[in-house]
Write a protein that binds this ligand. Sequence first.
Ligand code: AMP
Length: 221
Amino acid sequence: MRIVLVGPPGAGKGTQAVRLAKELKIPHISTGDLFRANISRKTELGKLAKSYMDAGNLVPDEVTIAMAKDRMEQEDAVNGFLLDGFPRNVAQAEALDELLKTEKIKLDAVLDLEVPEEEVVKRIAGRRLCRNKAEHVFHVTYTPPKAEGVCDVCGGELYQRDDDSEDTVRTRLEVYHTQTEPIIDYYKAQGLVATISALGAVDEVTKRALDALKRDGDEEK
Ligand code: AMP
């Protein structure tokens, strides 16, 4: 399956993406994680991306599309992938369509995670990430680690993302509404969008997502 996950910052895209990718046996491709890995490795791309990310803005399309394309062309993604955080504007969605056309493949679904704005701010303010692995994500209230500041899975140090500060979150939300939301209509025109509520327990949302993807698949048969 080839899936795009879309939703505002704090909708739980990363958390759900890890679970869905495991269930569907496809790689989870997060452009945010790829940028953060570049920042940790202090690459040129990382240095460039950091200035945009810290301000809550989108990294320029040219480098983002090249990075996403490179990742999608790796061998583990031949039979499918779950895109998390890409595309994030219509130009990126068009570039993805071009790439898929060249490869003669199609997207199966665009899963749209809906969450009220006040919930988004609460979720982001409490979010903590593991320094060792981007996929180990906690929340100080909703999914707290057993020991404060320590990852339950690998013992790594937990930290708050630089761009999770309140000011940056406001910019990221604004960017989401003006630049990313239009891709939902773009994909609706292709009949690909399944919208689900991202409220409730993590397990419940995963189940809702899998049901929606299955429903979509059944309708196509
Ligand atoms: P995320 O981890 O998906 O919340 O992304 C964190 C930040 O990385 C975003 O606020 C952007 O600055 C940058 N970013 C991630 N994906 C993209 C993308 N597709 N296009 C442009 N910037 C991106």
